[in-house]
Design a protein around this ligand. Structure first.
Ligand code: SF4
Ligand code: FES
Length: 303
């Protein structure tokens, strides 16, 4: 480590970070599991709540580390917290959630879906036709951009999101917080993609296309990160097995159930009204959109 050149690229290649952080040295009397817990507790307390990996992940992380410290199923919980660190590091929106796994303390311690469903009501067959939701609004730009998504060339108006361009090219990128009737805000982090020549895994709903960009919407790493985020969502859902849009998305991503379950849950917790903004937020909300409600973008019609 001390041989590393002091520049951003060398540190990034060694999984490090140059910034305003510091090196904290402990002697061997310090319980590093407790230090890991302290760092996760800090993240949970400071999380602004915008993105899922940090908002739910830090709380789940704290619970899992507590189980490790208590000696409960240590190997499985340690594997879970390591997976969580990857989800937080590559899935979080900003450096707070992404930085926790870099603190070093933790070292111690079907993308296609149908648009049609049928439901039998009495002797009458009702068909639900799901509107195609391209994830983000159309761009009004006159000029066009051509890029490659999963090996296919697609031309869209400049300013189009990668998510919308992929949808127009026939690829549904999983999403929970984006919808094509409002501006994307990049909260759920389910829609991460890889872009050739760019570091990290940006959200496809908030990343605009660029000329000659090469995008991958699925890879071993992307699929693992999506599963990690979905496990966090399901861990905070009052009825994870219920037939909701979130359950459908979990099935699409390939997550049957969350390894964080069972958790104590917070649904009965009193609302913290110490700040006026609290009264305008539902304390029980687990998602930024009604994805946990039934079929939000469906309409029923007779055949
Ligand atoms: S990673 Fe950043 S944006 Fe996401 S919840 Fe944490 S503090 Fe907020
Ligand atoms: S961050 Fe939620 S769909 Fe993109």
């Amino acid at each position: 480590m001390f041989d590393l050149p002091f520049d951003y690229e060398a540190f990034a290649a060694a999984d490090g970070l140059i910034g305003h952080a510091g090196i904290v040295v402990f002697d061997d009397t310090v319980d590093m599991a407790k230090m890991a817990r302290f760092a996760m507790e800090f993240c949970a307390a400071e999380s602004c709540g915008k993105c899922t990996p940090c908002r739910i992940g830090s709380t789940r992380g704290l619970e899992v580390i507590d189980r490790i410290i208590a000696g409960e199923d240590v190997a499985a919980n340690r594997a879970l917290v390591e997976d969580l660190c990857e989800t937080m590091k590559f899935g979080s929106l900003c450096a707070l959630g992404g930085f926790y796994p870099l603190s070093g303390t933790i070292g111690a311690a079907a993308l296609s879906r149908g648009f049609r469903r049928s439901a039998r009501r009495g002797d009458r067959v009702m068909t639900l036709i799901r509107d195609i939701d391209r994830g983000t609004p159309a761009s009004p730009a006159a000029e066009s951009v051509t890029l490659t998504i999963d090996g296919a060339s697609v031309t869209v108006p400049a300013g189009t999101s990668i998510m919308r361009a992929a949808s127009l090219a026939g690829t549904d990128i999983p999403k929970l917080c984006a919808t094509d009737n409002m501006k994307a805000f990049g909260s759920c982090r389910i829609c991460l993609v890889e872009i050739e020549g760019r570091a990290g895994t940006p959200a496809s709903c908030t990343t605009p296309v660029a000329q000659d960009m090469v995008v991958r919407t699925s890879s071993e790493r992307i699929d693992r990160l999506r599963k990690g985020v979905m496990e966090l969502y399901l861990s905070d859902h009052p009825a994870p097995e219920e037939a909701t849009e979130m359950r459908e998305m979990a099935d699409m991503i390939g997550v049957a159930q969350s390894r964080y379950l069972p958790i104590a849950g917070h649904l009965g917790a009193p609302c913290d009204i110490s700040n006026p903004i609290s009264t305008s937020i539902r304390p029980n909300a687990s998602s930024v959109r009604a994805a946990c409600g039934p079929a939000t973008k469906s309409r029923a019609r007779s055949p």
